[in-house]
Design a protein around this ligand. Structure first.
Ligand SMILES: CC1=C(CCC(=O)O)c2cc3nc(cc4[nH]c(cc5[nH]c(cc1n2)c(C)c5CCC(=O)O)c(CCC(=O)O)c4C)C(CCC(=O)O)=C3C
Ligand SMILES: [Fe+2]
Length: 382
């Protein structure tokens, strides 16, 4: 796609970008209300909530996620300016300030009629896709701005799940290469290291439901992992053994979630004689709390106790490959909205995911419609 200043108008028909994220607490008093927002009606045991609360308190009650989203917003704004695209970026979160409702207020203040949402989850599942679309619908409904006949409110489209977009994948490759250098500097042995990709675990029921009309959540990760590992082997000039592990499990013990847990995997591999590990958190886009606690605190401690030399690769954060990719995705979505045919860039073996999803895409579990409409779906005519 040519990135000349002439393409400056090509964000049309959009007049704003909504950077839509999870949110997190900024101070100790925020922690409990934040956790209540996250877990409303999700059956997370109190014991788990107290445990997660402690993770936040251990970091002064402040999650890094909000500052990371502000940094990403600034990086996107800089990239838009660089390309001569005049499009305001508004930030909002599902679970903390600025809330979805605040973001829509802001969009209205800016006079936006049609916005495109960029969700800070790269992969498709209920948690990374539909839940965001449902929350938008719920908030619009509360505002009296949701209806099959169109509405007076802001119209939303969504940028497709971008786990297999070249920008996201290349940024991960660079981050993993940096980690290999760090392993070497720590006296480790990169050629013998296992590359362990890590993502957020989800219930197996959510995993199954994530595969309607496209590859499932775990299949999406396996595809990205294979591409990244191959690129690392090529760039470093030695074979790379890799596998996928999960972190941040919650829910009752009786409910199966995706495994292996990263800590269990490290124990097993250490017992088999593995000594060098590179952890690559491909499931997360920034070094937020799940990375800071579950990986940097817990998994790194597990590795140290096992006598392993381990490093954790960075997340894509504001890496230039990622930020440029996001703006490419925005322009691609805009061209689709204008009815133009565009090449939807991907890497790996999976096709580009739909930006207008099938009605039953990414339910929490199969055959269990949430009863809540979800925006950016084929059955939502707005
Ligand atoms: C797939 C996925 C992502 C990755 C995609 C993405 O990056 O968006 C993600 C991200 C995040 N998850 C986060 C925090 C939490 N997630 C929870 C709970 C849950 N997450 C789930 C899934 C995911 N979550 C699931 C299936 C649950 C169980 C409840 C339910 O079915 O919905 C809970 C409740 C307590 C607990 O169970 O841990 C908390 C506090 C934060 C903020 C971190 C910060 O503050 O820096 C972020 C970015
Ligand atoms: Fe989560």
């Amino acid at each position: 796609m040519p990135m000349t200043p002439q393409s400056a108008a090509d964000a049309r028909p959009y007049d704003a970008l909504l950077l839509y994220s999870f949110g997190g607490p900024n101070k100790p008093e925020d922690v409990v209300p934040f956790l209540r927002n996250v877990t409303a009606g999700k059956g997370i045991p109190d014991s788990r909530l107290e445990e997660v609360g402690e993770h936040y308190y251990a970091f002064g009650g402040k999650s890094p996620i909000n500052e990371q989203n502000l940094a990403l917003k600034a990086a996107i704004e800089a990239e838009l300016a660089e390309r001569g695209i005049d499009l305001p970026v508004v930030w909002g979160n599902r679970n903390w300030e600025p809330y979805t409702d605040d973001a829509i207020d802001e969009l209205e203040r800016l006079g936006a009629k049609r916005a495109v949402a960029l969700v800070t989850s790269a992969y498709s599942s209920y948690s990374g896709c539909r839940q965001y679309r449902e929350d938008l619908a719920v908030v619009l409904d509360k505002r009296g701005q949701l209806g099959p006949d169109g509405s007076t409110g802001v119209q939303f489209d969504k940028i497709r799940s971008y786990f297999n977009h070249p920008g996201f994948v290349q940024a991960n490759v660079e981050a993993v290469l940096d980690a290999y250098r760090e392993l070497e500097a720590k006296g480790g042995s990169p050629a013998h290291a296992r590359l362990v990709f890590v993502t957020h675990s989800i219930p197996t029921t959510m995993e199954e439901a994530s595969g309607v009309g496209h590859a499932t959540y775990s299949e999406q990760h396996l595809d990205v992992a294979a591409v990244v590992a191959e690129a690392i082997a090529e760039r470093r000039g030695h074979p790379v053994q890799w596998e996928l592990a999960y972190c941040s499990r919650s829910g009752p013990p009786s409910q199966p979630w995706l495994e292996p847990d990263v800590n269990d995997l490290l124990e097993q591999r250490a017992a088999e004689g593995l000594r060098n590990v590179v952890l690559s958190p491909i499931g997360f886009v920034s070094d937020h709390m799940e990375v800071a606690y579950d990986l940097d605190t817990e998994a790194m401690e597990t590795a140290a106790n096992l006598g392993m030399t381990a490093v954790r690769a960075g997340t894509v954060g504001t890496r230039p490959e990622f930020v440029r990719g996001l703006v490419d995705l925005l322009l691609e979505r805009a061209a689709l909205a204008r009815g133009e045919s565009v090449e939807e860039a991907t890497v790996g073996s999976l096709p580009a995911f739909p930006s207008v999803t099938p009605p039953d895409c990414c339910l929490r579990r199969h055959g269990e419609p949430s009863g809540i409409p979800a925006l950016c779906s084929e059955d939502m005519h707005r």
